[in-house]
Ligand binder design. Structure first.
Ligand code: HXC
Length: 510
């Protein structure tokens, strides 16, 4: 027996060394943790249960028959984050560059199957060179199996990808089908084809960072939902994110004990909206003063800043927050903002997370750039996402809710459950000046008359009461009571049951 135990220990030690000390040192020198160190940082101490530690590839081409490293370039297993089960796989760059072989793929798909069957989130940590070049089509088949399972699990269990090194070729498409992608600044990059191929095909000269670094994917492409300075910070933030998420689409949303009074009054919200309707203010202040303990996990902070999306808690329970941000482009809805918020609303709806929407929107952004870029379809994504969402939806209009954007931003008409407005709300087809200039075009040369008409229009529509008279607004609330009103509305909506007509799936304007 003793011999066997020693053999087990020897084998474990060998597997834990991955591609060897030299490659581990190289990994550390680049400021990166190893696959196992990452898992240890992510999970509760001592909670990791590893599977398939001794699995090896079956390739016998290109000298691979003599190159076996137990584990085959990916560490897989399950553990807990603050006591709740998650499944995790972590690509080991020290073993064949973390590349995906047929058996490497089998380890991941086994884990995906377990996560789906047992209805717990799965987190993938990527640091890899794509398909195992020596294996050819067997590796491609492996990717296909992983992709298929990503889609099976979508909307059933949360799937999170963390990019902590190179992520090329087949490795980008699995993350792209998960719910969230996070990157590490300066050490991670994602692209379908690398700089060399780009040079050959398009004659462009770019670095890996310029092509697919965190600075690209969090700001320009919106592929990534956030970026952090190093592996440790990234993994600790993923722990924080997981705390907001339910285990699966049928599980209750997490409820944390908090000491923040749900009826907390915030007097200074009464002066948040400036008297001048054209003056911006920071919508983030309203979010931070509303959620429990000012704790807000922002998604896509560096992309489309005219809309804010992220998770907070009210009375200890997760909520998704969508808010126009008057500080950026006056909070206008453009294609990017619409896509960003639509995807977020859909995530919340998949997982039963109530959506709170703060509205201050002057409309959709005019111009050829937007129209040629498909604003109609992108705007429709957000409209569609809100309209199909059956989770509790609570809306607070703080200032402007103009035009089509009024309808889109979780209005009563697309089944907002509780729609509040602050006294400073202006709900109208457009701003008073623009409206007057269209209605009274013939009087445009008479500035006094136009000013009078504008004042009339403002008097009639620049308030929440016309909408409230029709029941489009359930109640005009005092800003300092916003948190209290939201927590009451959320409590009232806990038992909400709304169903959509049967269909295979709706056809969101992609
Ligand atoms: C096998 C690989 C590998 C791969 C890297 N390695 N990529 N082995 N298959 N795909 C090995 C290297 O041989 C090396 O082994 C070790 O990993 C580290 O690689 P380096 O090149 O020394 O590291 P670095 O300079 O940091 O560059 C990392 C890298 C580069 C950018 C990832 O290795 C690279 O460009 N790799 C190829 C990427 C690629 O084109 N993959 C195929 C994509 S096509 P030693 O023994 O020296 O340590 C694809 C199709 C799927 O994925 C499509 C499905 C839809």
């Amino acid at each position: 027996m003793k011999e066997v135990i020693l053999e087990l220990e020897r084998r474990r030690a060998q597997a834990e060394l991955g591609g060897g000390q030299r490659r581990i040192d190289a990994q550390h020198k680049r400021g990166k943790l190893t696959a196992r160190e990452r898992i240890e940082t992510l999970l509760d101490e001592g909670s990791f249960e590893e599977y398939d530690m001794f699995k090896i590839h079956r390739c016998s081409d290109f000298g691979m028959e003599d190159a076996h490293i137990p584990g085959d370039g990916v560490v897989t297993g399950c553990g807990t984050i603050n006591g709740r089960t998650v499944y995790v796989f972590s690509k080991d760059f020290t073993v064949f560059g973390g590349s995906l072989s047929e058996t490497h793929a089998e380890k991941i798909t086994k884990l995906q199957d377990m996560a789906l069957q047992n209805r717990a989130p799965i987190i993938g940590i990527f640091d890899a060179g794509g398909a195992r070049i020596q294996e050819g089509v067997a590796a491609l088949g492996g990717y296909g199996e992983v992709f298929w399972r990503n889609v099976q699990a979508s909307g059933v269990i949360p799937q999170i990808s963390v990019i902590m090194g190179p992520c090329a070729g087949g490795d980008v498409y699995s993350p792209a089908m998960t719910d969230f992608i996070f990157m590490v600044r300066d050490t991670s990059y994602m692209f379908v084809t690398g700089p060399d191929v780009v040079k050959t095909v398009t004659n462009e000269t770019v670095t890996a960072e310029e092509l697919g670094g965190a600075s690209v994917h969090t700001v320009k492409s919106s592929i990534a939902d956030g970026a952090y300075d190093n592996d440790i910070e990234a993994l600790l933030q993923i722990r924080r994110l997981v705390d907001y998420l339910p285990m699966n689409n049928q599980a209750a949303i997490p409820e944390l004990s908090v000491y923040d009074d749900p009826a907390r009054i915030e007097e200074n919200l009464d002066t948040l909206v400036p008297d001048n309707p054209n003056k911006p203010y920071d919508m983030r202040e309203l979010i931070l003063k509303t959620v429990d303990e000012g704790d807000f996990f922002e998604i896509q902070e560096s992309f489309a800043g005219n809309i804010i999306t992220g998770f907070g808690r009210i009375e200890g329970r997760s909520v998704g927050i969508v808010a126009n941000q008057p500080m950026v482009l006056a909070g206008v809805l453009d294609s990017d903002a619409s896509r960003k918020a639509a995807r977020f609303v859909r995530f919340c709806d998949c997982f039963g997370i109530p959506v709170v929407t703060f509205v201050d929107v002057p409309g959709f952004l005019p111009g050829t750039a937007q129209e040629y870029g498909g604003l109609i379809k992108h705007g429709a994504k957000l409209l569609f996402a809100y309209a199909e969402a059956t989770v509790p939806k609570i809306t607070v209009i703080t200032r402007k809710a103009y035009g089509g954007a009024y309808d889109v931003m979780s209005s009563k008409h697309i089944r907002g459950d509780v729609n509040y407005a602050w006294p400073s709300a202006e709900i109208a087809v457009m701003g008073a000046k623009g409206a007057t200039e269209i209605l009274y075009r013939s009087e445009l040369d008479q500035s006094e008359k136009i000013a009078e008409r504008t004042a009339d229009y403002e008097e009639r529509f620049a308030n929440p009461f016309v909408a409230a008279e029709r029941g489009y607004i359930d109640e005009v609330i005092l800003p300092h009571t916003t948190r209290k009103r939201l927590s009451r509305a959320l409590a009232m909506l806990r038992t909400k049951k709304a169903e959509m007509p049967w269909r295979k799936h709706p056809n969101i304007p992609l």
